[in-house]
Design a protein around this ligand. Structure first.
Ligand code: PMP
Ligand code: GLN
Length: 419
């Protein structure tokens, strides 16, 4: 049955036409029509689905997609069950249930000395993923430029494309992946409206220092930019370092949207409960987009996340210590291989360079890895516009049980990984 687009004939809009769809040919020469809208054609499918499917298909150890293999606190699961059993199953208010917004504000006060109004300065999102999408769609006009740290989390690319914005990457380079303040400054043009920051940083594991954040703040204030800062790994920081939220720097509160999520902090990545905080005008703007994306999300999980924020800070303190040990385990193992290994300061991930194995292309290396070693990792090209800079880098996840990491390392050590 033909699909009739409902906007056909609406005044002022171009009617749908076949000529708008891109035509191409398959490998066998058959003509196909790609009906994907232009705004999505430039965006490849997410590498995480591809690599996790590869792990399942080949029975490999998945050191690719970042999710823990052990769930978060049982008390939080019980809080979710209580919510499910006590009638919290209809739509939550669009901006989130009051107890979660209050718990987020209390968390920001406890950890960072911030004084947020839960009613106007917090909005709950469907994971940080929706926080990113809503922020970018709400703040970036077509043609506007967005400065991003490269490598960038893959959804940044997709969301900027969907908004019609233009990426201006500032590359963090191995071995330390520090922010080059001059490069940041040079990336800003008269068309720049937004900086999309990420600290602690996925996939490099870098934690921006106060000096680096000051450089961001100086550029943002000088050019009157809004900063959207993705801080989902705020608690998963190692070696006594501390995460500093950009919004706590002088002059930054009024121009910063801060994103975080229960996924990483409480090891419930499948719950997709996140939040955006900031001044009321920016939170209102983000909510304006969020209301048309999901309206509201995860009603019974929101009170459980409020419970977690109020009662389970010991969980993420202990998780950071555990993850540091797992980082050390995986890094030691990878260092026995012929890889350059870059020690991460935070997150779930460690980056490596695979060139000493004769691989110029990390994607080819990762696609061969399941068959050669029964292990899956993520090629970092997916996070780069600059295909030269990212071509030889591979990201490995250590948010797994130590025995699994050990088994993964043993498999890698036993395999021939040379090109
Ligand atoms: N930002 C970064 C940097 C991430 O690594 C992830 C994955 N947790 C997300 C955003 C998405 O977070 P969520 O699962 O809460 O949507
Ligand atoms: N944030 C996780 C990672 O970087 C995965 C999230 C996802 O699968 N989209 O691996």
């Amino acid at each position: 049955m033909p699909i009739i687009p409902h906007d056909r004939g609406v005044a002022g809009r171009k009617p749908y036409s076949r000529t708008m769809a891109a035509s191409s040919r398959t490998a066998t020469g058959e003509a196909t029509t790609d009906r994907t809208a232009r705004r999505l054609r430039a965006v490849p499918p997410t590498v995480f689905s591809e690599m996790s499917a590869l792990a399942v298909r080949t029975g490999s150890i998945n050191l690719g997609q970042g999710f823990p293999d052990v769930d978060g606190p049982p008390s939080v699961i019980e809080a979710a069950v209580r919510a499910l059993r006590t009638g919290r199953n209809q739509y939550a208010p669009g901006p989130g249930v009051p107890e979660l917004r209050t718990a987020v504000a209390a968390h920001q006060a406890r950890h960072y000395g911030l004084d947020l109004d839960p009613a106007t300065e917090v909005v709950v999102t469907a994971g940080a993923t929706e926080g990113i999408a809503a922020s970018v769609l709400a703040l970036v006009d077509p043609g506007a430029e967005v400065v991003v740290l490269e490598p960038f989390y893959d959804s940044y690319q997709a969301c900027i494309e969907m908004a019609g914005g233009v990426r201006r990457p500032v590359t963090l380079r191995a071995p330390d992946f520090r922010l080059d303040a001059a490069a940041l400054r040079a990336a800003v043009t008269p068309r720049t409206t937004t900086i999309l920051l990420n600290t602690p940083h996925n996939p490099t594991g870098a934690v921006l220092t106060r000096e680096e954040l000051e450089a961001v703040a100086a550029v943002a204030t000088e050019h009157d930019l809004v900063v959207v800062t993705d801080e989902v790994y705020e608690h998963l920081v190692f070696d006594g370092r501390r995460h500093v939220p950009l919004c706590t720097l002088p002059g930054m509160w009024e121009r910063t949207v801060t994103l975080s999520s229960a996924g990483k902090t409480f090891s419930f990545t499948g719950w997709k409960v996140g939040w955006a905080t900031g001044p009321a005008d920016l939170v209102r703007t983000v909510t304006a987009a969020k209301q048309w994306l999901t309206f509201s999300n995860a009603a019974p999980l929101q009170p459980a996340v409020a419970y977690a924020l109020d009662h389970e800070s010991a969980f993420y303190d202990a998780l950071a210590v555990e993850l540091q040990g797992r980082r050390d385990l995986l890094v030691a193992g990878l260092r026995e291989l012929d890889l350059d290994v870059y020690l991460p300061e935070a997150t779930y991930f460690v980056a490596t360079d695979v060139r000493r194995y004769g691989h110029a292309d990390a994607r080819a290396f990762c696609l061969a890895l399941p068959e050669r070693a029964g292990v899956v990792a993520i090629p970092s090209q997916a996070f780069y516009d600059d295909q030269v800079e990212g071509r030889h880098l591979v990201r490995w996840a250590f948010c797994k049980e130590p025995a699994l990491i050990e088994q993964g390392v043993e498999r890698l050590l036993a395999a021939d990984l040379h090109a």
